[in-house]
Design a protein around this ligand. Structure first.
Ligand code: NAP
Ligand code: COA
Length: 279
C-alpha cells in the first residue's frame, strides 16, 4: 500500500511537492544508479523503504552510492558492470534477485552524452551512445524480465527530451533515446498481459548533474536553459524521483506504455517562438 498525500497548495510550482510512498518489502534495481538523477531516484526509493540494487561501470562510484543509500537506513547492494555487456547485466541482476527476491521496480537509466555535430563525430562516437543508451537499456530490461515481480512489477526507462525534440549536436542521443521510448512502448504491449508495466520518464534539465555540465557548461548557458523552461527553473533529481515513485506504485496500476515528462514543460517549449513577444 502506498500512502499518498494530496497537494497542499504550498509548492506553487517553485519547489518539489512530495507525495509519500511506502516501498517497504519491495526490491528496486537502478541501472546507472550511482550518480546524478538516477542516484537521486535510488535514494528516493530507499527513503520510501525499498531494498536497493544499484549498478554502473566504476567500482568506486558503486561503493560510494551503496554507502550513501545505506546511510539512509536502507539495504543496498552494488554491482559493477557495463550495460553494453548483456551477459554481465544478466549475471548482476540475477545476483540481486537471488539475494533480495523478485524485483518490484526496475529503473534503467545508464546513459552517455557529449555535444558534437554529426560531421565532426566519429562513427564510434555515435555508436557508443547508441550502445549505452539504447542497447544498454534493452539489455537491462531483458536481464530483469524473468526476475520481475508479476503481477505488479514496474519497469521505468529514463529517457530524455531528445527522444521527442530534434536537437543540433545531439543526433546520437536523439536517435538513442527515441529508440528507448519505442522499446518502452513495445514491451509495454508484450509484457502488459503478464501484469508487468513498462513506462518511461523524460527528465528536463536537472541542475548539478553530469548531463547539464556537459551540455550547458557555463553559468550563462545554464541561465539560458533555465529561462527556456516554462516553470522558469531547472529541476532537481527529486522532481524525477517523484515521477518514478508514482510509476512504480499501485497508484499507477493502469499506467502502461506512457512516457511521462518531469521537465517543467520544457519539451513543449523547445520550439522557441513566443508570439506574445511580437504584440
Ligand atoms: P550521470 O550522473 O552521468 O549518470 C549516468 C549513470 O550511468 C552513472 O551512474 C554512470 O556511472 C552510468 N553509466 C554510464 N555509462 C554506463 C555504462 N556503459 N554501463 C553502466 N553504467 C553506465 O548523468 P545524469 O545527467 O544524472 O543522467 C542520468 C539519466 O538522466 C541519463 O539516462 C540521462 O540521459 C537522463 N537525462 C539527464 C538530464 C540532465 O539534465 N542531466 C536530462 C534528461 C535526461 P559510471 O560512469 O560508473 O558507469
Ligand atoms: N566529442 C566527440 N566525440 C567524442 C566525445 C566528444 N566530446 N567524447 C567521446 N567521443 C567519442 C570518442 O572519440 C570515441 O570515438 P573514437 O573511438 O572514434 O575516437 C567514442 O566517442 C567513444 O569514446 P570512449 O571514451 O572510448 O567511450 P566510453 O565508452 O569510454 O564512454 C562516453 C562513453 C563517450 C559516452 C562517455 O562520455 C561516458 O562514459 N559518459 C557517461 C557519463 C555521461 O555522459 N553522463 C551524462 C548522461 S546524460
Amino acid at each position: 500500500m502506498h500512502k499518498l498525500r494530496p497537494p497542499n497548495g504550498q509548492a506553487k510550482g517553485k519547489e518539489t511537492m512530495k507525495a509519500e510512498f511506502d516501498y517497504s518489502g519491495c526490491n528496486v534495481f537502478v541501472a546507472g544508479g550511482t550518480s546524478g538523477i538516477n542516484l537521486g531516484i535510488a535514494e528516493a526509493f530507499a527513503r520510501a523503504g525499498a531494498r536497493l540494487g544499484v549498478a554502473s561501470r566504476k567500482r568506486e562510484k558503486v561503493d560510494a552510492a551503496v554507502a550513501r543509500i545505506s546511510d539512509l537506513g536502507a539495504k543496498a547492494h552494488g554491482y559493477s558492470f557495463d550495460v553494453r555487456d548483456a551477459s554481465a547485466a544478466e549475471a548482476a541482476i540475477a545476483a540481486f534477485a537471488e539475494t533480495a527476491g523478485a524485483i518490484s521496480v526496475l529503473v534503467s537509466g545508464a546513459a552517455g552524452n557529449f555535444p558534437a555535430l554529426a560531421k565532426d563525430m566519429s562513427v564510434n562516437g555515435f555508436k557508443s551512445v547508441i550502445d549505452i543508451d539504447l542497447l544498454g537499456t534493452y539489455h537491462v530490461m531483458k536481464a530483469a524480465y524473468r526476475h520481475m515481480k508479476r503481477p505488479g512489477g514496474s519497469i521505468i526507462n529514463i529517457s530524455a527530451p531528445q527522444s521527442v525534440v530534434a536537437m543540433s549536436h545531439q543526433v546520437h542521443v536523439c536517435a538513442a533515446k527515441a529508440g528507448v521510448d519505442m522499446v518502452t512502448r513495445c514491451l509495454a504491449i508484450e509484457w502488459g498481459p503478464e501484469g508487468l508495466r513498462v513506462n518511461g520518464v523524460i527528465p528536463g534539465p536537472i541542475a548539478g548533474t553530469e548531463g547539464m555540465a556537459r551540455l550547458a557548461p557555463s553559468p550563462e548557458a545554464r541561465a539560458i536553459v533555465t529561462e527556456s523552461v516554462p516553470m522558469r527553473r531547472c529541476g532537481v533529481p527529486e522532481d524525477v524521483a517523484q515521477a518514478c515513485l508514482f510509476l512504480g506504485s499501485e497508484a499507477a496500476g493502469y499506467v502502461n506504455g506512457s512516457i511521462m515528462a518531469a521537465d517543467g514543460g520544457w519539451v513543449l517549449a523547445s520550439a522557441p517562438l513566443d508570439f506574445g513577444a511580437f504584440a
